[in-house]
Design a protein around this ligand. Structure first.
Ligand SMILES: *Cc1c(COP(=O)(O)O)cnc(C)c1O
Length: 361
C-alpha cells in the first residue's frame, strides 16, 4: 500500500480500494470535463443521469439481477429497511417469519412487531449467536408474508452457508456485510438489501433489489419516503438521491469487474478467510467463537482466554498498523473485518503478526 495507509479492519464504514480512492481524488474537482464535482451537480443533470444509469447497469450485470426486479438507491440506512420491509410487505397475511441470528436481525424483528405478528422461525441467542440454524431447525409458517434473515452477522462473525428454502414465502435478506462477496441467485429472493458502507461504497447509500410484484401493497399509513412503489415509480429519484455515494459505487463496481466480477471476488475472499482461520486454528492462544460451518468469511471474530492478552493484542496490533481490531462489546475479544477491499496482503501481514504474538506470549 502507499500514501501511508494502514490496514483498516473496521467493521463499517470500512476501507475502500486505494485505486478507487485515487480515481475519486483525481475527479473530485472536475468530473469528466463538467467543470464541477459530482458532489456539486444537479441530480437531474444529464451528467449525473449518466452516472446513475451506468451504475445501475453495472450493478445489475455484476449481481445478475433478472428481469422483474428493480434496483433502488435509497438513503434509509440498512436500519431503515427494518421498518420499510414490514410496512410494505406485512399486509399480505399480517404475519412474517424472522430468523434471529444476531443483533441486526433481532432489531429488525422487534421493529416488524409494530406492524404485524412476528413468528420467530429460529433464534440462536441461547448460544450467543455462535452458529447459524440448519434448514431443518427453521420453524416455517407457510402463510407468512415473507421470511426474513441476515446473511452475515457482522458482530458475531457467522454467515449463512445456504439459502433457506421457504416454498412460496418470499425471502427477504439483509446482505449489508457480505453483498458482492459471493455470487447470489437473485431470483430466489423477494428483497435483498444492503447498507453500502461495508462492501460497496461510503456510508449514506442503501441498495435494495426488489421483485417488482412485491411493491404496491404497503400499509395505508406508510410514509411516502418508505414506500417502495414511490421509489420504483420515480427510479429512486422522488427526491435527491445520495449522488456522491452512487458515483462511488460506480467506481467500486469497475474495481469489482477488474477482480473478475463477483465470482473472482469470491475466490479471493475465500482464500483470505481460509488463511486467517487456519492461522487462528493453529495458534495456542486464540479461539474463534463462531462454530465451524457457520463461520463468516467477512468478519472473523477471535479471542485469547484472558482479557489482558486481548487488550495487549489490540494495542500491539494497532501500534503495528493494524487498525480497528477490537471486537464488538457483545462478543469481546477481537474482530477482523476482511471485506472485499481488504487486500490479500493485509490478511497475510495480520497472520504473520498473529503467529509472532502467539509465539511470544
Ligand atoms: C451495519 C449493518 C446494519 C446497519 O447498517 P446502517 O446502515 O448503519 O443502518 C444492518 N445490518 C447489517 C448486517 C450490518 O452489518
Amino acid at each position: 500500500m502507499s500514501d501511508n495507509r494502514i490496514f483498516n479492519f473496521s467493521a463499517g464504514p470500512s476501507m475502500l480500494p486505494l485505486s478507487v480512492l485515487q480515481r475519486a481524488g483525481a475527479e473530485i474537482t472536475n468530473f469528466g470535463g463538467s467543470g464541477m464535482s459530482v458532489m456539486e451537480m444537479s441530480h437531474r443533470s444529464k451528467v449525473f443521469q449518466k452516472i446513475f444509469d451506468d451504475t445501475q447497469e453495472k450493478f445489475r450485470r455484476l449481481m445478475g439481477v433478472p428481469e422483474g426486479y428493480k434496483v433502488l438507491f435509497l438513503q434509509t440506512g440498512a436500519s431503515g429497511q427494518f421498518s420499510m420491509i414490514p410496512l410494505n410487505l406485512m399486509s399480505r397475511t399480517g404475519k412474517a417469519d424472522y430468523a434471529i441470528t444476531g443483533n441486526f436481525s433481532n432489531l429488525a424483528a422487534k421493529e416488524a412487531k409494530k406492524y404485524g405478528t412476528v413468528n420467530i422461525a429460529a433464534d440462536t441467542s441461547d448460544c450467543n449467536h455462535t452458529r447459524i440454524p440448519t434448514q431443518a431447525e427453521l420453524k416455517l409458517d407457510a402463510d407468512a408474508s415473507y421470511f426474513y434473515y441476515c446473511a452475515n452477522n457482522t458482530i458475531y462473525g457467522t454467515e449463512w452457508q445456504y439459502v433457506p428454502e421457504t416454498g412460496n414465502v418470499p425471502l427477504v435478506c439483509d446482505m449489508s456485510s457480505d453483498i458482492m462477496s459471493r455470487p447470489v441467485d437473485v431470483s430466489k429472493y423477494g428483497i435483498i438489501y444492503a447498507g453500502a458502507q461495508k462492501n460497496m461504497a461510503p456510508a449514506g447509500l442503501t441498495v435494495v433489489i426488489i421483485k417488482e410484484e412485491l411493491a404496491g401493497s404497503e400499509l395505508p399509513y406508510t410514509p411516502l419516503m418508505m414506500n417502495y412503489k414511490t421509489m420504483i415509480d420515480k427510479d429512486s429519484m422522488y427526491n435527491t438521491p445520495p449522488c456522491w455515494c452512487i458515483y462511488m459505487l460506480g467506481l467500486m463496481l469497475d474495481w469489482v469487474d477488474e477482480q473478475g466480477g463477483v465470482a473472482g471476488i469470491e475466490k479471493i475472499k475465500a482464500a483470505k478467510a481460509a488463511m486467517l482461520y487456519e492461522t487462528l486454528d493453529n495458534s495456542r492462544l486464540f479461539t474463534c467463537p463462531a462454530q465451524i460451518g457457520s463461520r463468516s468469511d467477512m468478519n472473523v471474530a477471535f479471542r485469547a482466554d484472558s482479557e489482558d492478552l486481548n487488550a495487549k493484542f489490540i494495542a500491539e496490533a494497532s501500534a503495528a498498523g493494524f487498525a480497528n481490531l477490537k471486537g464488538h462489546r457483545n462478543v469481546g475479544g477481537m474482530r477482523a473485518s476482511i471485506y472485499n477491499a481488504m487486500p490479500t496482503e493485509g490478511v497475510e501481514k495480520l497472520c504473520e503478526f498473529i503467529k509472532a504474538f502467539d509465539k511470544n506470549n
